[in-house]
Design a protein around this ligand. Structure first.
Ligand SMILES: [Zn+2]
Length: 253
């Protein structure tokens, strides 16, 4: 009988690490030219490291019995595809910071309005940091600009900020707080050191389906995780909160 593996199994960690270092040193199994085709932010070196990691996953699948000639053919480029797929689900943190800085720099003055600005729902995908499986998020965001010298973000910028902050290995609770804190400058700096919009209040509500709960673990595909963060006026003004509920939350699953 084999001993069950745990992440605390030092011998196992050592073996995998040695195999990984060896694969990295030999630059196998993928040649760089095919990786150079990757567009967008994808970094060759990072993708190569991830692809080497995924070769171990493919090797594990083969040892489960999926090693017929058909399987081997299907797995031919799988590790590289999986690495690129991961690169589609997440954005480097530096790039998120830069993009949010640029978006907030485009905020424009809007006079004589103190009404709520809301976008809902915004469907965005992220990654569970515990299981590396996708999360489907439906997000509502709202904020209230200052009446006299208030700055407003374009509606599309608002939805982009949400997409960027979702494209990370991040817990839903933290993502909700990170989004609302970009739209409301409170006493404390942003958790990620991001710039913050000066507003009278902000709200973010997220309803998310986690693949790690839907397909594995508890196997409850019908369950959604609900999180909400309120700042400023949204905490103190019941009428505003009620308006937000009507506009935004009812649009979520
Ligand atoms: Zn998970």
């Amino acid at each position: 009988m084999t001993t069950p593996l745990t992440h605390k199994d030092a011998e196992f960690e050592k073996t995998v690490s040695a195999l990984f270092q060896q694969a990295l040193a030999e630059n196998r199994p993928y040649n760089l030219p095919s990786i150079r085709k990757i567009k967008d932010w994808h970094d060759e070196e990072i993708t190569r490291v991830m692809a080497i990691g995924y070769t171990f996953v493919v090797e594990g699948l083969k040892r489960l019995g999926y090693s017929t000639p058909d399987d081997v053919e299907n797995f031919n480029e799988t590790a590289l595809r999986a690495a690129k797929g991961m690169g589609d689900l997440v954005i480097p943190l530096d790039l998120i910071k830069k993009s949010i800085e640029e978006a907030l720099n485009t905020a424009f003055p809007k006079r004589n309005t103190d009404s709520m600005i809301c976008v809902a729902p915004i469907r965005v995908y992220g990654l569970c940091p515990h299981h590396l499986l996708p999360i489907e998020n439906d997000v509502s965001v709202a904020y209230v600009p200052h009446q006299d010298d208030g700055k407003c973000l374009g509606l599309s910028k608002l939805s982009r900020v949400v997409s960027w902050l979702a494209a990370r290995p991040v817990l839903q609770e933290q993502m909700t707080a990170d989004i609302v804190d970009v739209l409301y400058k409170g006493d404390a700096p942003h958790h990620l050191g991001l710039p913050q919009l000066s507003s009278r209040g902000a709200a973010c509500t997220v309803s998310a389906r986690h693949m790690c709960m839907a397909c594995r673990g508890t196997k409850h595909p019908e369950s959604f995780g609900h999180t909400e963060e309120l700042r400023g006026l949204f905490k103190t003004d019941a009428a505003l909160r009620s308006e937000y509920t009507t506009l935004a939350i009812k649009r979520l699953p």
